[in-house]
Structures are given as C-alpha cells and as structure tokens.
Design a protein around this ligand. Structure first.
Ligand code: SF4
Length: 326
C-alpha cells in the first residue's frame, strides 16, 4: 500500500492509497463547531480562514474515515462511489493499514479524548462485517503501538442489506455490530443506519434498488436489544420532495431510549446531480433542518444536525477523487 496522493480541505485531508492498482480513499478531518451565534458565519462561508478559526482541537475530537471495500456493490443515487468498478472486500490488514497511514501522517496528534473513525468512505461494511469488526477491535492496539493515547469511537455506517454477499442476514449484521458495541466498547460504538426516507419504495430507489431491511424491521429488532451509552443513529440525508414522516416512525416504535436521528444535507455529488436530487436544506437555510429536528424532539428522539462538511465545494466527497485518478 502506498500513498498516491493527498488532497486538502479547510478541515482536513483526503488520502488516495494504491492497493494493488486500486485506489481507495481514507480521510482525517477536524470537527467544526457550528452551534451558537458566533458560528453562524461558519455555515455561510467557504473561506478557509473562517473555518480554521472554528476547528475543534484534536485533543477534544478528531474525525477519521477508512474504506472497507474496493468500490461498492451498491448503486446509491446520491453517492459517487457507486460509479467506481467494484473489486471486492478489503482485508483486515488493508483496513488496518489505512488507520496506520492516517496516524503516521499526523505525528503531532498524540492524545485525543475522542477519535471517531467511520468505516464509511468507500464500500458497504455489512458485506465485510467480519474484517471491519476485527479492525474495530484492533484500534486500541494500533494506537498504543504508535504511542498515542486515544479514546476511540468507532462508527459502523450501513444501509443494512437484507442479505450480505456472505449470505449473512441484515439482522445477523445488527447482532454482530451490537455485540462489539456492548462487549468490546462498553456501548461507545456509533452504529449509524442509512434511512433517508420513510417511504420504503423511495428508499429502495435511492439505494439503487438494493434490498435493505425496512425501517420498521430495524426499529422493532433494535428495540428488543440492550443498548447502553451510545444510542443507534438513523441517518437521513434530507432531500427535497422525499418523505420524512416523523409520526410514522413514532408509530413504528422509534424512541429516544434506543435511537438518535441525524439530519444531513445532500452533498452536491456528480451522481446526485445526474439524478436531479436536491437537498432539502443546507448552510444558508439551516433553520429548516432545525425545524425538522424539533419534530423528532417532540416525540422524544434527540437529533444531530450535520451541516458543515462542505466537501462538495472542493470535489472531495466519497469516491470523487478515486473516480478522477482511477
Ligand atoms: S452510499 Fe454506501 S452503500 Fe451506497 S453506493 Fe455509496 S458506499 Fe455504497
């Protein structure tokens, strides 16, 4: 594995790694504080100087992502990884190597109270759940071997296919992830499930026809499981004209005991433009996301609004660089 290229965002870097002739992406970013009056400017600015002023220090929080597959077998309408050729799973060693590259490229980050690492850049981790969870369990040893004092928060992001390429059911994937969450990480693993719409036909369409577990199945299954510390997050990339019906989720049993909801603007990817998808809200009309968030809060479900990545302006969304250089 060698580093082929590195690209810069105001808040971090995207690495392109050559894995036997296939380019995979991994990233390191700093979080941007967006709450509060003084940070209103950040949401409305593309000026790196403004963003730099509001970056969180590494010691408080650091954000990493690594790929789990060479491309992805799915064809989601909002994702530029879908346009890459699919060449199968990454090995445990290849996932671990990405973590090492990110850490070795930042020798100045020696301590952090929260290193959040998303197994989410390229690939659907459910198909490679064995290697991904093995890598998650290895994280403390990797950082210790490099002399870092990190408190890890692994993040497993999935569309939850009904059946994986290894013929494991989506429910078994949930079980395996929750087992590592509760047993190895004392509940401090972030399990994020892509939902995007409450209309199942529309969901399937947005996931490029993928057969995924329905929201009702996910909610009722997870409601039977012990969930400590971090609740399970349902991710909504909120798009114009795409249904997000809070009441129907409430009727399904969605509650704050087990779940959080994350609302995310649609990135301006090549694929989303081709598919004529439009974001429901973004930096300039952030209040719309807050209003939707309040509807979830009314049924007792906490919400997180994620509206600062701004990767699309720089052409650095998942898969975009690999597509150019592949
Ligand atoms: S969103 Fe995830 S599952 Fe869908 S194509 Fe992109 S990487 Fe694959």
């Amino acid at each position: 594995m060698d580093v082929k290229n590195v690209f810069y965002l105001p808040s971090g870097r995207v690495f392109l790694l050559n894995l036997d002739g296939y380019l995979v992406e991994c990233t390191e970013m700093r979080d941007v504080l967006i709450q509060g009056k003084e940070n209103y400017a950040v949401r409305n600015s593309s000026d790196p100087h403004v963003i730099w002023k509001h970056l969180r220090i590494y010691e408080d929080k650091w954000l990493l992502t690594v790929s789990t597959q060479r491309g992805c077998p799915h064809n989601c309408k909002f994702c530029d990884v879908a346009g890459l050729p699919f060449r199968g799973d990454l090995t445990l060693h290849e996932i671990e190597q990405q973590v090492r590259v990110l850490l070795e490229s930042t020798p100045y980050v020696t301590k952090s109270n929260k290193v959040k690492i998303g197994f989410a850049r390229m690939g659907e981790p459910a198909h490679n759940v064995h290697n991904v969870l093995a890598a998650i369990k290895r994280l403390p040893d990797i950082s210790a071997s490099l002399g870092r004092e990190f408190s890890w928060l692994p993040c497993f992001n999935s569309i939850l296919p009904r059946s994986t390429s290894k013929r494991m059911s989506g429910f078994e994937v949930i079980d395996k992830v929750l087992e590592v969450k509760e047993r190895d990480y004392n509940g401090f693993l972030h399990f994020q499930i892509s939902v995007n719409s409450t209309n199942e036909e529309k969901r399937a369409e947005l996931f490029g026809g993928a057969d995924v577990l329905s929201i009702e199945e996910v909610v009722s299954y997870i409601n039977t499981k012990p969930i400590t510390n971090r609740t399970v997050t349902l991710n909504f990339i909120v798009m114009e004209g795409i249904e997000v019906d809070v009441n129907s989720l409430y009727k399904m049993g969605l509650s704050g005991d087990k779940f959080t909801v994350k609302l995310i603007p649609l990135n301006n990817t090549v694929r989303s433009q081709d598919e004529q998808l439009e974001t429901y809200a973004n930096y300039s009309n952030y209040e719309k996301l807050q209003e939707l968030g309040q509807k979830f809060n009314k049924i007792g479900v906490p919400t997180v609004i994620d509206a600062i990545a701004k990767c699309e302006e720089a052409g650095l969304c998942c898969g975009q660089l690999a597509q150019i250089f592949q």
